[in-house]
Design a protein around this ligand. Structure first.
Ligand SMILES: Cc1cc2nc3c(=O)[nH]c(=O)nc-3n(C[C@H](O)[C@H](O)[C@H](O)COP(=O)(O)O)c2cc1C
Length: 360
């Protein structure tokens, strides 16, 4: 099942395995594509995964989360991104290549953080400025323009990053969005505005990665996430990837985005959330979070449409091919998260596990 083809409304995937968006920390300081980044995606394309979602890319200059993040905020970024797409398509024209579009919101180490409301991040200590109406309109335009650039560069689709506590995730969370205007009364409004804005100018399919739960007291919970997913379904999103957690959930000692709990709680730690959303929508659903084995991936596909992996493909981009050939049926990634520590220190993405496959 995992390695059989599948379709969404506008896309055809050669299999049901997705490379979940993974920040690479490999761009130049202006956000341009580097040879190192090209090499990473060449290997992923060779490795057999059906859909590749890029690491988060900043849509606005003030939307950077860290240095070395890839940019899609300026027309000048398109040339490098086109080369990246060409490289992936040269290796395998059937890989679906998706650009993840993001704004960091309050989760930035670079200063001048903005957010729907001025709610201090208890994990990082960052105190963002509350966005004005003009800020919101400008950021919506930035997302729309970034989607058009992605289309020009040749990407097959874009994915809005509305998970993990970045700006769009902050909008849908009652904890970080305390606005009294229409963007607070309907916290999903910004997502719908961006979607409609893209649709007025382009046919590029628009996916979304959203939190089903923030794991923060007063944060987004699954019932509300289901309601929002229904709105996205009605709007015509191409696929919904279901994740959870913010940086601040670590402070609250709860689950986070890249949980290490896999060994204790079993694989696919967000599975129940993906199932709940799948029951409520017709849009294809992608499950993510701690999926390591062929067996678990196959069992998830009885209920959802796609499964997504990040850390296992950092560990070994050729894992899908090896699974297809029957050489292995599980990743040996231990979710140690040294890959995550590395990118936060500005090092390039790679498996840094002590017994790992070595440097990138
Ligand atoms: C090093 C690293 C970078 C990540 N960068 C992103 C990102 O840019 N965008 C995103 O949506 N998720 C990002 N994630 C989260 C993953 O996409 C995924 O949701 C999470 O790691 C759980 O999946 P896994 O258990 O297969 O790793 C990142 C995770 C890691 C480990």
């Amino acid at each position: 099942m995992l390695f059989t083809s599948a379709e969404t409304e506008n896309l055809r995937m050669k299999n049901r395995l997705v490379r979940s968006a993974t920040a690479e920390s490999m761009a130049t300081k202006e956000g341009y594509v580097t040879p190192q980044l090209m090499e990473l995606y060449r290997k992923l394309a060779e490795g057999g995964v059906g859909t590749i979602i890029t690491g988060y890319m900043f849509v606005s200059e003030d939307g950077r989360s860290s240095y070395k993040m890839t940019g899609i905020s300026r027309d000048e970024h398109v040339e490098g991104l086109s080369k990246l797409v060409s490289e992936v398509k040269r290796v395998d024209k059937d890989v679906v290549f998706v650009a993840q579009l993001a704004h960091a919101g309050r989760q930035t180490t670079l200063g001048n953080a903005i957010a729907p409301s001025a709610v201090k991040d208890l994990f990082t200590g960052v105190e963002p400025r509350e966005m004005t109406r003009e800020d919101i309109e400008r950021v919506i335009e930035d997302f729309i323009n970034a989607a058009i650039r992605a289309e020009k560069a040749g990407f097959d689709a874009v994915q809005l990053h509305a998970a993990h506590g970045y700006l769009l995730s902050e909008f849908i969370s009652p904890y970080t969005n305390r606005r009294r205007d229409e963007y607070g009364q309907e916290r999903a409004k910004i997502l719908l505005d961006i979607f409609e804005g893209i649709r007025e100018k382009s046919r590029i399919p628009v996916m979304i990665k959203m939190n089903a739960c923030d794991f923060i007291p007063g944060g987004l919970e699954i019932d509300e996430a289901v309601r929002i997913a229904r709105l996205l379904d009605d709007a015509g999103f191409e696929a919904i990837e279901v994740s959870g957690g913010m940086y601040e959930s670590i402070y609250h000692n709860r689950y986070n985005v890249v949980s290490q709990k896999v060994a204790k709680s079993g694989e696919a730690y967000f599975r129940e959330y993906a199932f709940r959303i799948k029951e409520a929508v017709e849009t294809p659903v992608i499950a993510v979070g701690g999926i390591k084995s062929l067996q678990v991936a196959e069992s998830l596909l009885e209920k959802v449409d796609f499964v997504s992996m990040s850390r296992p493909l950092i560990r070994d981009p050729y894992l899908p091919l090896k699974m297809m050939r029957g050489e292995t049926d599980r990743s040996d990634c231990k979710s140690c998260n040294l890959c995550l520590t590395a990118i936060f220190e500005g090092k390039p993405l790679g498996c840094y596990a002590k017994e790992g496959t070595g440097s990138p």
